[in-house]
Ligand binder design. Structure first.
Ligand code: CP3
Length: 343
């Protein structure tokens, strides 16, 4: 039977560097638009079993990858919390913004029932995918979800979120705690349905003021990991503290995750020497390097990442999601370099 390279890395077996890509499904693959045409409402798309299964499998049709990531979105938790989540063309997500101190925080944990189609799709996919392919379930981190819920949209500085953190701290931390519970439940559901790796996206962790980093990022993640372990869920957990700078050192020791995903700004030599040596590293190719039709830097950079990480447990990936204009041939080229490395 073919090996599962991702599970081997987590089990300390050296059988080659595994590879998958953040946001590997979606708009850079032309066929995605055919699938998307079946359902214009993105939330309904993310709750349609047939479309979830097709979109999750799509990148594996094009590429020799070691994992599929369930097609879904981090904003399904705010949607289930009745924040009126919409995805608007050329605008991105829009939500009803939360008003600090005024709005009662929604805590009804039965919302997890709304994720039934995700559960069913994971169960179906785990049976259908070969053993060699990991199936990754995911969630947004509490801080990143709070950012979208307070701001009501994406933002360059999440000023309202940070204002709420300073001005309505008790309320803010209550929101973080509630989200910590929802994230635990959603990840638990995905692992029980068959996801064999879990990932927590903290895409806006660079917005956390440094003195609040432990309270808002590291401790909630550690609580989620602890909650899952106490529920006897032992699948590997990948944390992604995007652009969190030197705070990733504390994150690597204290968040309890099994793997840290690094963004493209991190110096890998520095990371190797400073972050927790017990955990796996994932990353950190710049997704923009996959956009030009031709770049001789691409192969050089992929090889340099592989060389630096040669003596570490490592999963090759991009340092943030693939962009809609990335080129399929570049993705294929990177995969072939990683596959040939060390042979
Ligand atoms: O291959 C995959 O990873 C697909 C599954 C996936 C999606 N979103 C589908 C999606 C995953 C893992 C996500 C995570 C996600 N969603 C994050 C964390 C990762 C990151 O990029 O930082 C965040 C912050 C979101 C929130 C979100 N969803 C935004 C800001 C947007 C609009 C802008 C954008 O990046 O596309 C979305 C929409 C979305 N989620 C699309 C897809 C395929 C695009 C929908 C479309 O226009 O077809």
């Amino acid at each position: 039977m073919d090996q599962n390279l991702i599970s081997n890395v987590f089990n300390n077996k050296t059988t080659g560097v595994p590879i998958w890509f953040l946001r590997q499904s979606g708009r850079h693959i032309p066929e995605y638009f055919k699938i998307k045409n079946n359902e214009k409402n993105f939330i309904k798309f993310c709750l349609n079993e047939k479309l979830i299964v097709e979109s999750t499998k799509l990148p594996l049709k094009y590429y020799d990858l070691d994992a599929a990531i369930i097609f879904s979105d981090i904003l399904l938790i705010p949607w289930a919390m009745e924040r009126n989540v919409k995805f608007m063309k050329d605008f991105g997500p829009s939500l009803d913004p939360m008003i600090p101190n005024e709005t009662k925080i929604f805590k009804d944990i039965s919302i997890i029932k709304k994720f039934e189609p995700i559960r069913n799709s994971i169960t179906f996919l785990r049976k259908e995918l070969p053993f060699s392919k990991s199936l990754i379930g995911f969630s947004g981190a509490p801080w990143t979800l709070a950012c979208y819920m307070i701001e009501g949209k994406g933002s360059k500085d999440f000023i309202n979120t940070r204002k709420a953190l300073w001005g309505a701290n008790k309320w803010f931390m209550e929101l973080i705690e509630t989200l910590t519970n929802f994230v635990t439940l959603k990840l638990e559901m995905q692992a029980k349905a068959g996801a064999d790796v879990l990932m927590i996206f903290d895409s806006w962790s660079h917005m956390v003021p440094n003195n609040f980093f432990k309270d808002c990022s590291i401790h909630p993640i550690a609580k989620i990991v602890e909650n899952l372990r106490s529920k006897k869920i032992f699948v590997p957990i990948i944390g992604f503290p995007f652009k969190a700078g030197s705070s990733i050192v504390d994150y690597s020791y204290e968040s309890q995750v099994d793997c840290i995903a690094l963004d493209w700004s991190v110096d890998l030599n520095w990371a190797k020497n400073n972050i927790n040596k017990e955990i796996v590293i994932q990353g950190n190719l710049d997704p923009a390097s996959l956009i030009p039709y031709e770049s001789h830097y691409l192969s050089k950079n992929v090889l340099s990442i592989l060389d630096i990480m040669n003596d570490r447990r490592f999963i090759f990936n991009v340092g943030h999601g693939l962009t809609p204009d990335c080129k399929i041939n570049n993705v294929k080229k990177v995969i072939s370099i990683v596959r040939d490395y060390g042979r």
